[in-house]
Design a binder for this molecule. Structure first.
Ligand code: DAH
Length: 343
């Protein structure tokens, strides 16, 4: 190897580079000179020569390195210059590639269902009110005329925030306590709806979850009757499920209403003829309601003779009916494949 060959080789490589018109040509120059069998690489092999003195080796090694570095620099500069939209710093972005479209978020199906429910009640003149998820026994039970020995107050039906019921703090088991909170601060007449999350220590299965949502309703004012309750809920049902939806009322018992009823929706799957979803009954139970019990008005210091109606409905159940969903757990598992289906 003649040392004098090195500089001309470097010059030839640089010249070839300046003639390269694309990245592939630059790569060809690199392979030709610095590839594993490249013209410069092969000459560098002389460093392995055992007859070379240590001094000579060091001097040659230095020279080789200088040449190699110089050529590598020229190669990367030329490559960057020829790359489409070359960006300084050597990184290269192809601006002709399609971009990453921003992921557009959407509302959870339960939120969407709550919004639909509320929109109808707003149009009927109801205001939307919220209350806390952590409640006291007083608001959740006592003030609602639910007696101390009522089964719903047992540990297995309510989440108490301290074990053995040593405190009276709990996760609300329904949205009804917001009735009490609202009435303590407002005088009739008014009509409100209260959406919110509620909690019960139910074993989870396709139709039960330890957390779910309700929408509570409360209308109080002179002359309010059970007829108003039926009219409001029937109008809501038609707005929610379509003009052929009907409601029927069955006598029931709730401590905080008298009289009380359960509201059944005509089955939206079979037109009340009877099918698998309604268990051949033609009706789907979707809410509880009634005229507010005088004891409840007493608890909030309203005058004797005050009248009003109240109702409460389960949001998950309604969402499942609307969308034909058979498992409540889907709402809480955060599986994006499920959630994407509710644009
Ligand atoms: N709070 C009841 C429950 O969770 C639902 C309910 C029934 C609410 C009747 C009401 C009502 O306001 O009048 O099961």
């Amino acid at each position: 190897m003649l040392e004098e060959e090195l500089d001309p080789l470097l010059e030839a490589a640089v010249r070839a580079l300046s003639e390269a018109t694309d990245v592939a040509a630059v790569e060809a120059v690199r392979v030709r000179y610095l590839g594993r069998r490249g013209e410069l690489t092969e000459r560098f092999a002389v460093l392995q020569d055992p007859t070379l003195s240590a001094q000579e080796k060091a001097r040659l090694g230095k020279k080789f390195n200088a040449i190699k570095q110089s050529l590598e620099k020229s190669l990367s500069e030329r490559k960057a210059a020829l790359s489409p939209q070359g960006i300084s710093g050597g990184s290269v972005a192809d601006l002709t590639l399609p971009g990453h479209p921003p992921e557009v978020g959407r509302l959870h199906p339960i939120t969407q269902t709550i919004e639909r429910i509320l929109a109808i009640f707003r149009s009927l003149g109801f205001a939307v009110v919220l209350g806390p998820e952590v409640e006291t026994e007083y608001h959740n039970f006592d003030a609602l005329n639910i007696p101390a020995n009522h089964p719903s107050r047992e540990n297995f039906d309510t989440f108490y925030l301290e074990s053995e019921r040593e405190t009276d703090v709990l996760l609300r088991s329904h949205t009804s306590p917001v009735q009490i909170r609202f009435m303590k601060r407002h005088r009739p007449p008014f009509q409100i709806v209260v959406p919110g999350r509620v909690f019960r220590p139910d074993a989870t299965d396709a139709t039960h979850s330890f957390q779910f949502h309700q929408v509570e309703g409360l209308a109080v004012g002179p002359g309010v009757t059970f007829g108003d309750l039926k009219g409001v809920l029937a109008a809501w049902a038609k707005g929610m499920f379509g003009s052929s939806a009907r409601l029927r009322f069955r006598p029931h018992h709730f401590p905080f209403t008298e009289p009380s009823a359960e509201g059944d929706l005509s089955c939206i799957f079979c037109g009340a003829k009877g099918c698998r979803v309604c268990g051949q009954k033609g009706w789907l139970e979707i809410l509880g309601c009634g005229m507010v019990h005088p004891e409840v008005f007493k608890a909030v210091d309203y005058l004797p003779g005050t009248v009003g109606f109240a109702f409460g409905m389960g949001v998950e159940r309604i969402a499942m009916l609307l969308h034909g969903i058979e498992d409540i757990r889907l709402f809480f598992e955060n599986d994006i494949r499920f959630l994407r289906q509710f644009p």
